[in-house]
Design a protein around this ligand. Structure first.
Ligand code: SF4
Length: 328
C-alpha cells in the first residue's frame, strides 16, 4: 500500500491520530455523511466564490442574497443535504444560520475591496519532495499589490520576484479559536500550517508569490431573545517567509515519512485524546473507547464539567449515559 499525495486534511488527521487516519485511508471504513456544519460550510464557500467573481462594486449583501438563492438548488440536490433529513423548520433554521454566517463575513470583510486572484484554486505541487494537493479558498492580491502588478523590489518568500504578491486565505465557518490559553500558541501554529502549506505549494509552482498565510473565521452563533443568530469572527495569520516555508515543508515531509514508514510496517499507533468522542471509528478502537470512558467519568479542571461533552457522538454510540448503545 502506498499513497500518491498528501492533502492538508490528511496531514492534519495523521497528526491528530494515526489510527484514525488508517481507518479512513487504508481500511476505508464507512463514515457517516458530513454533518450540518460541513454542509453549511460548503454552501457558504460557494456563495463567496460566486460573489467574488462579480465586479467589485456589485459585491453587496443584496447581491450575496441573490447568489445564495441561485446556489441553493445545488445544495438541496446534494446527497449530503438529503442525509441531514431536516424537516421544514430545520431547513429554515439551516438557511437562517447560513445567511447569518454570510453576514458575519461581511462584518469582517469588505468584499468590494478584495482583489481576488483565484477562488477555490486546486493546487498540486511538490513541497519538500512530497506530492501535495489541495484547494485554496482564496488567493488575493496583497495590499499595495495587484494581481497583474510586477514588484521586482519586494521581499519575496517564494516564487519569482516578478510574480504577484498574494495573501493565501482559508475560510473557517466555525468558531474562532480561543486566545490567551496556555496551549493557544501551539494550536495556532498547527492551524496555520494549512495555509502555509498552500503558500509553499504556490511558491513551488512559481505562479504566485505568497506573503501572508491566513485563516479567516466567521460563523453564526445562537443569539438571545428575538435575535436568532449573532455573528462571530476572527483571524489567524502569519507572514510567509523563507523560514516559514522551510518549516512548513519540513513538517509536511516529517508526516509523509511517518506515513510511508507506517505503511511499510503495516501498522500505526492510536493517539487517544479529546477528539475520540467525535471519532467516527470509536466503535472499532479499544484505545478510543477507554479514553471516552475515562473522560466521561472525569471532571474538567477549568469548567468542572465532564471532560467529554454530552453531545459527543461517542456518548450515544458507546452508551456512556446509561442508555442502550447506538449501533455505528
Ligand atoms: S477513537 Fe480516538 S484513538 Fe481511536 S482512532 Fe479515533 S481518534 Fe484515534
Amino acid at each position: 500500500m502506498s499513497i500518491r499525495s498528501l492533502s492538508p486534511s490528511s496531514a492534519a488527521l495523521w497528526s491528530q491520530c494515526p489510527r484514525r487516519w488508517w481507518f479512513r485511508y487504508v481500511d476505508r471504513l464507512p463514515e457517516p455523511p458530513p454533518g450540518e456544519p460541513a454542509v453549511l460550510g460548503t454552501f457558504v464557500h460557494r456563495i463567496l466564490e460566486v460573489l467574488l467573481a462579480e465586479p467589485a462594486d456589485e459585491r453587496t449583501l443584496e447581491r450575496a442574497r441573490a447568489v445564495a438563492r441561485a446556489v441553493w438548488p445545488q445544495v438541496e440536490a446534494s446527497p449530503d443535504w438529503v442525509a441531514l433529513e431536516l424537516d421544514e423548520t430545520g431547513g429554515r433554521r439551516f438557511r437562517q444560520r447560513a445567511w447569518a454566517t454570510v453576514e458575519a463575513y461581511f462584518s469582517r470583510v469588505t468584499p468590494a475591496e478584495v482583489t481576488a486572484v483565484a477562488c477555490e484554486l486546486e493546487v498540486q505541487a511538490e513541497v519538500a519532495g512530497v506530492p501535495f494537493r489541495g484547494f485554496v479558498d482564496l488567493v488575493e492580491a496583497a495590499p499595495g499589490s495587484a494581481a497583474d502588478e510586477v514588484r521586482p523590489d519586494a521581499d519575496a518568500a517564494g516564487g519569482p520576484a516578478d510574480t504577484p504578491a498574494v495573501i493565501v486565505t482559508d475560510y473557517k465557518t466555525g468558531r474562532p479559536p480561543e486566545q490567551g490559553r496556555p496551549w493557544s500558541a501551539e494550536r495556532d501554529a498547527e492551524r496555520l500550517l494549512q495555509p502555509q502549506w498552500y503558500a509553499a505549494a504556490l511558491a513551488a509552482l512559481g505562479t504566485h508569490r505568497p506573503v501572508q498565510a491566513r485563516l479567516l473565521y466567521f460563523t453564526a452563533v445562537e443569539g438571545r431573545g428575538v435575535q436568532r443568530f449573532a455573528g462571530a469572527t476572527g483571524e489567524l495569520s502569519a507572514p510567509v517567509t523563507t523560514e516559514s516555508l522551510a518549516a512548513a515543508g519540513a513538517e509536511l515531509r516529517r508526516r509523509w515519512d511517518e506515513i510511508t514508514t507506517a505503511l511499510e510496517r503495516g501498522d500505526v499507533e492510536s493517539r487517544p485524546g479529546p477528539l475520540c468522542g467525535w471519532c467516527p471509528f470509536v466503535a472499532e478502537c479499544a484505545a478510543g473507547q477507554a479514553e471516552c470512558h475515562r473522560r466521561w467519568q472525569s471532571r474538567n479542571t477549568y469548567t468542572g464539567g465532564r471532560q467529554l461533552r454530552d453531545d459527543a457522538p461517542a456518548v450515544a454510540l458507546l452508551g456512556l449515559d446509561g442508555r442502550q448503545p447506538v449501533p455505528a
